[in-house]
Design a protein around this ligand. Structure first.
Ligand code: ADP
Ligand code: MG
Length: 622
């Protein structure tokens, strides 16, 4: 007998589940369905993301509600619009063979009149984000007096996002007699408090140890200099050709910058963050689900709860502020029994953070080595050679072209031909990775300076062969991070990001490397560029250093350093105001994002304590 039938689910639903490929219940489903089907208890279910919680509450609801009635009997509250749509679609799929099941998704950022119309037509299950739900209740547009079940899905995240009060208000419109089912991946104190406040003797189910990650996820970390983060990231993805990943950043701007830099370099990537319009968000999600993009660059909130199958890698481009977010992030991979990798790119200062996550998850992270340029190129080459080996030749269709092809290539030796073929696709990689350096930081041998977060100067100052190190009079006081600066340089000069080497972000100025033959283009490009009303100045860093008598790149003892070591000092040039720099070249685009304009130093100087509630986006409503 089908194990779902044994759990008490009717045939019509089980048939739909079979079509969805659900052969047997997941552990949380197996344990919670019988309890919930009784319909007589409040309930708390704790299980990792990707373990099938939607069906765990969805199937019992479909069994318990009376679909011959047309009034709301269950309300499911969840934190984001994406999740809301996902849950309502999942429920509709399970209910495919049932009659008169009406599910409405209620969320912000979309036309309320459509949602009201659907409600008026009659619904039994409302799936909602708290803000919009309250709005609709406030209009007296829905009757919750017959609600039998309230589900709080991803309760931890709803609390993180500041929905507590909204939830209180919504619950107060439902009858005393209703049952409340709470689902969460983690059980922070606040969730426990909510459970206490709203529930009477809830049945509690914890699958696995609380807060331990999904066992199918392997955790890896790379230790590199902060300034090498982007280069490391690119190596990792270049070394993983089949990657289908989600890349997590901490701010919208960082998200946007990384995505832009990737797109510029020819990757299939796009950004997902809270500043996009709903339409844009939908489009990006669709692209990702369709796999027409390979890398989704996202903020925590925007990607919360997203269930995309086959995500191979989660990359923590920046570690999250809070430990729980790490669990949620990594939970985007290894879904429905598959395995996945969660990668963190960190600097030495963040090692402690990794240890902390390891302790909490009870799982050891593997320290991985950034592949060398040679390894990456080799991997890509052999990937292509493999493709060449396996390609199916359509003899018939290629036949008419063969004489001409032979004529073109007849002169070439086999070796020459092979070399040319390999080069066609690989010049990009060969070019990018020629003279590439070792990005790994030796954590066994961290010198004192580095422990303090100051990388060893003598090594940092090596300019890559083929590159020239240039000085630019903008830096972190202008709220630039490395990605910002890269974008600024690329935009101003029309030079591709791949021709820009290392970027050393300082206080009021920075250094960056550019391929030797593009130096003039940089000068020309910046000739007409202003930043915050001040002229942008480029100089050859080598020349500067000789001038000031410092070691190469080491403005450490030159006069310039005095201004760089203090973030309060003003730039020497122009009247530009370094600290309030909100203008900048980003100008119109994402400019109302004041939340992500926290001083950069904060973001760069390691992470705050995980318990800190400092998420910039956490109050955002969708
Ligand atoms: P959670 O809410 O715990 O994060 P979801 O309910 O979103 O997890 O389910 C994760 C994935 O697992 C979804 O793609 C879902 O379709 C799939 N899934 C759920 N239950 C089963 C099952 N019994 N068999 C196979 N796949 C399942
Ligand atoms: Mg879920």
């Amino acid at each position: 007998m089908n194990p779902f039938i044994e759990l008490g689910i009717r045939h019509d639903i089980v048939n739909a589940l079979t079509e969805l490929g659900f052969e047997k219940p997941t552990p949380i489903q197996e344990q919670s369905v019988p309890v919930l089907l009784a319909g007589s208890n409040d309930f708390v279910g704790l299980a990792q993301t990707g373990t099938g919680k939607t069906a765990a509450f969805g199937l019992p609801l479909l069994e318990l509600l009376d679909f011959s009635e047309k009034h709301p009997q269950a309300v499911i509250l969840c934190p984001t619009r994406e999740l809301c749509l996902q849950i309502s679609n999942d429920l509709k799929k399970y209910a495919k063979n049932l009659n008169n099941v009406n599910v409405v998704a209620v969320y912000g950022g979309a036309s309320i009149s459509d949602q009201l119309r659907q409600i008026r037509r009659g619904v039994q299950i409302v799936v909602a984000t708290p803000g919009r739900m309250l709005d609709i209740l406030g209009r007296n547009a829905i009757d919750f007096s017959h609600i039998k079940y309230v589900v709080l899905d991803e309760a931890d995240e709803m609390l993180n996002m500041g929905f507590q009060e909204d939830i209180n208000n919504i619950l107060s419109t439902t009858p005393e007699s209703k049952k409340t089912w709470l689902f969460s991946a983690t059980m922070p104190r606040e969730v426990r408090r909510i459970a206490k406040q709203y529930m009477t003797d809830p049945v509690e189910l914890t699958m696995g140890t609380e807060n331990t990650g999904n066992a199918n996820i392997n955790h890896e970390y790379y230790v590199v200099r902060a300034s090498d983060k982007f280069a490391t990231f690119k190596r990792i993805i270049d070394f993983t050709p089949g990657i289908f990943g989600i890349v997590f950043c901490r701010t919208k701007i960082e998200t946007q910058d990384i995505a832009e830099a990737l797109i510029k370099d020819g990757y299939n990537a796009n950004a997902l963050h809270g500043d996009l319009s709903q339409q844009q968000r939908d489009k990006v999600m669709k692209q990702y689900r369709d796999k027409s993009i390979q890398l989704l660059i996202a903020t925590d909130v925007a990607s919360r709860g997203i269930d995309v199958k086959d995500v191979t890698h989660v990359i923590n481009y920046s570690l999250p502020d809070e430990l729980e977010s790490y669990t949620h992030r990594s939970g985007r991979t290894a879904r429905a029994g598959k395995s996945g990798v969660s990668i963190s790119i960190i600097n030495v200062k963040e090692l402690g953070k990794i240890r902390q996550i390891e302790r909490t998850l009870g799982k050891k992270f593997v320290k991985a080595e950034v592949p060398s340029g040679f390894d990456v190129v080799e991997k890509q080459l052999f990937g292509m050679i493999n493709k060449l080996h396996n390609v199916t030749v359509n003899e018939e269709q290629i036949a008419p072209y063969m004489p001409r092809i032979m004529q073109e290539f007849g002169e070439l030796s086999k070796e020459e031909l092979i070399k040319k073929f390999a080069s066609v696709e690989f010049n990009r990689f060969l070019e990018y990775y020629k003279n590439s350096k070792d990005l790994n930081v030796d954590t066994n041998n961290i010198n004192v300076n580095e422990r303090n977060g100051r990388p060893d100067r003598s090594r940092r100052d090596e300019t890559e062969a083929g590159f020239t190190r240039l000085f630019i009079n903008v830096g972190s006081v202008d709220e630039f991070n490395r990605g910002d600066l890269l974008g600024f340089i690329c935009n101003s000069t029309q030079i591709s990001g791949k021709s820009i080497g290392k970027i050393d972000l300082k206080g009021v100025f920075s250094f960056f490397e550019v391929e030797n033959d593009l130096v003039e283009k940089v000068y020309a490009g910046f000739k007409t560029v202003e930043f915050n009303g001040r002229e942008v100045r480029i100089e050859n860093a080598g020349a500067r250093q000789r001038e000031s008598g410092g070691r190469s790149g080491g403005s450490s003892n030159g006069s310039r350093n005095r201004s760089s070591s203090s973030h309060h000092s003003r730039p020497r040039t122009g009247g530009g105001n370094g600290s309030g720099g909100n203008g900048g070249y980003r100008g119109g685009s994402g400019s109302n994002d004041s939340s992500s304009r926290r001083p950069r130093e904060k973001q760069d100087s390691g992470f705050r304590d995980f318990s800190g509630r400092s998420k910039s986006e956490s109050k955002k409503r969708w």
